[in-house]
Design a protein around this ligand. Structure first.
Ligand SMILES: [Zn+2]
Length: 305
């Protein structure tokens, strides 16, 4: 055996023990504002990053308030990926804390995807933030995530780009699956009604007539006027079902369903994923769950198998 071997082995052993610590100290520290963005960032970043998510799954991204652990995470972070277009009103506190080395990236505001506007409520006419609800919107987020990570960590850019190709292919396949699942819903039943106007992109992508009681989850929810407008609409349209969402109060849509004698279905997922045991354990599962629920509640044809 080579005489140098013992000290080489010693160095390797030392390196083996030191490396995890040193890597942890210099590892990429990325923050995602909420669970959907965490999912999309992970698809590009893989195991090359340590990611912290501000709003835990199940909680309301619109009404979150920063916690002390959130503040500590922001202080240590290199990049904060958030949605923007007013989805996270609390991001202004993150902006106030930002130093020169922190990259703040609003995915929906930077995405190459035409925004729709909020159709109702206090923010009517502003860009609708829920762009990820169309897989093509999520693919536009992937582009921004990939570019941002590649600029910040050029030595890992090739790995980011390779994962982005896979992510885009998976999203294109998901889009096709959702389209096919929803195809069986008769045209006259393609009426989507939710509490928050968070499904505009989804309705636009898959051909649903759409209405909601309020515009954004951060505004006054279910005012008397908003409830009356929706009540009149339901009397007129008589959709096969109304829907509630996992993070919105249930009582408003429930009251409208009872009043009009209509079926209430849910929950749809939009502003959060579920926990790992739930139906929206990741982004594709969230859209598939929603498509399945719509298919069932709006009288979709049975699969011919
Ligand atoms: Zn929302």
């Amino acid at each position: 055996m080579d005489k140098r071997a013992p000290w080489i082995i010693t160095l390797l052993l030392v390196a083996t023990f030191i490396t995890p610590q040193a890597f942890a100290a210099t590892s990429i520290k990325v923050i995602a504002s909420f669970s959907v963005i965490e999912d999309l960032v992970k698809r590009v970043a893989g195991d090359d990053i340590s990611i912290t998510t501000i709003v835990p799954e199940g909680d309301d991204v619109h009404r979150w308030e920063l916690t002390p652990p959130n503040v500590l995470a922001v202080e240590e972070a290199d990049i904060v990926f958030y949605n923007g277009h007013g989805l996270e009103p609390w991001i202004r506190h993150v902006e106030a804390m930002a130093n020169d080395t922190l990259t703040l990236m609003a995915l929906a505001e930077s995405a190459n995807y035409a925004p729709l506007t909020i159709p109702v409520g206090q923010h009517k006419g502003n860009p609708d933030p829920h762009m990820w609800m169309d897989p093509k919107g999520a693919a536009a987020y992937i582009e921004v995530i990939t570019h941002t990570l590649s600029v910040r960590y050029p030595d890992k850019a090739a790995a980011f780009q390779a994962r982005a190709v896979q992510a885009r292919e998976a999203l294109a396949l998901l889009d096709q699956q959702i389209q096919e699942r929803l195809e069986g819903i008769p045209q006259t039943n393609r009426i989507l009604t939710t509490s928050e106007a968070a499904f505009g992109y989804f309705a636009h992508a898959y051909g649903f007539e759409y209405a909601a009681i309020w515009g954004l989850g951060s505004e006054t929810l279910g005012s008397a006027q908003a409830m009356e407008i929706m009540s009149k609409r339901l009397t007129d349209k008589r959709p096969p079902a109304l829907f509630y969402e996992s993070t919105t109060p249930y009582i408003h849509m429930d009251a409208l369903a009872r009043e009009a004698g209509l079926t209430l279905a849910g929950p749809l997922y939009v502003d959060t994923l579920s926990d790992t045991d739930g139906p929206a354990y990741n982004y594709p599962a969230m859209l598939r769950h929603n498509a399945e629920l719509l298919h069932e509640a709006l009288g979709g044809a049975r699969a011919e198998e």
